[in-house]
Design a binder for this molecule. Structure first.
Ligand code: NAP
Length: 237
C-alpha cells in the first residue's frame, strides 16, 4: 500500500536524514521547509530520482494561519499521508531574566503550538496514522540557559503523552528526544565531543541514532505515548 510522510523542517540536518530513510522504505514525501527552499527542491529531486513522489511545502510555522493551511495542502496532494514528523524547531539561548514576551511567543509557536495544531489537523484529515515529535533530552532536566526552548520541549513531551491518550486507537503519537547530535551556531562539534565525554555512553550521538529511533516507533503498531531518548544516557544525569 502506498504511504506518504510529512516531515517539517525536512530540508537539512536531521530532517533531511529522516526524509532519505523514509524514501528508502518506500514513502512518498511531503517536505516542509521555511528558508531552505533551495535545499528542499534539491532534496525533492533526489527523492524523485529514487522513484518516490515528493512535494515541497514552504511556510513559517510561527504563523498560526500558515500552520492551519499546511495539512489541507498536504492532504490535497498526498491523501495517503500516514506519518507526521514534527521536526522543525528553533533552538535559542536565553534565560528567564532576559526573556521577552515576543521571543517566548515565537519559540513556543514553532516548537509547541505548531506540533499541537498539526497533530490535530493530521488526525482530522487522515483519520489514522502516526505522529512523531522531535523533543530533546535536555527537557528531562532544567536547562535554564535556554529557558523558552527547554520549556517548549518539556511541554512537547507532555503533549506527546496526552495526545496519544486522546487520539487512539486511530492515531499513535510518540516522541524521540535526541541528545548531543549535531553542532549548532552555539555548540561546535568539539563542544559536543567534550560535553559527551561525561555521558553514561561516553560519546556524542549520530544522526542515524535519531533516525533509527523514529523508524523503530513507526514499525511498532502497539507503541503509543512513548519517548525514546536517543541521547547516550544524557537524560539520566
Ligand atoms: N541537532 C541536535 O543535536 C538536536 C539535539 C536535541 C534535539 N534536537 C531536535 O531534533 C530536531 C531536529 O534537529 P536539527 O538540529 O536538525 O534542527 P534545526 O536544524 O535546528 O531545525 C530544523 C528546521 O526547523 C525549521 N524551522 C525553524 N524555524 C521555523 C519556522 N519558524 N517555521 C518553519 N520551520 C522552521 C528550519 O527550516 P528552514 O531551514 O527551511 O528554515 C530548520 O531547518 C529538532 O526538533 C531539535 O529540537 C536536535
Amino acid at each position: 500500500m502506498k504511504k506518504a510522510a510529512l516531515i517539517t523542517g525536512g530540508a537539512a540536518r536531521i530532517g533531511k536524514a529522516l526524509v532519505l530513510a523514509l524514501v528508502e522504505r518506500g514513502y512518498d514525501i511531503a517536505l516542509h521547509c521555511r528558508n531552505s527552499e533551495r535545499q528542499a527542491v534539491r532534496l525533492a529531486g533526489a527523492v524523485k530520482r529514487a522513484g518516490r513522489e515528493c512535494g515541497v511545502f514552504c511556510c513559517d510555522l510561527s504563523d498560526p494561519a500558515a500552520v492551519s493551511e499546511l495539512i489541507p495542502a498536504v492532504a490535497g496532494r498526498f491523501p495517503h499521508c500516514r506519518l507526521l514528523v514534527n521536526n522543525a524547531s528553533v533552538f535559542e539561548r536565553g534565560t528567564l531574566r532576559d526573556l521577552s514576551p515576543s521571543d517566548w511567543r515565537r519559540i513556543m509557536a514553532v516548537n509547541l503550538d505548531a506540533p499541537v495544531f498539526l497533530t490535530r489537523s493530521f488526525a482530522a484529515a487522515f483519520r489514522s496514522g502516526h505522529v512523531v515529535n522531535l523533543c530533546d533530552a535536555k527537557a528531562a532536566a532544567n536547562f535554564t540557559s535556554h529557558f523558552a526552548y527547554t520549556m517548549s520541549k518539556k511541554a512537547l513531551l507532555d503533549f506527546t503523552a496526552m495526545s496519544a491518550a486522546a487520539l487512539g486507537p486511530a492515531v499513535r503519537v510518540n516522541a524521540v528526544a535526541p541528545g548531543l547530535i549535531l553542532p549548532s551556531m552555539e555548540f561546535k562539534t568539539r563542544d559536543l565531543v567534550r560535553l559527551s565525554a561525561g555521558l553514561p555512553l561516553g560519546r556524542k550521538g549520530a544522526v542515524s541514532d535519531v533516525v533509527s529511533a523514529v523508524l523503530f516507533l513507526e514499525d511498532n503498531p502497539y507503541v503509543t505515548g512513548q519517548v525514546i531518548f536517543a541521547d547516550g544516557g544524557m537524560h539520566l544525569l
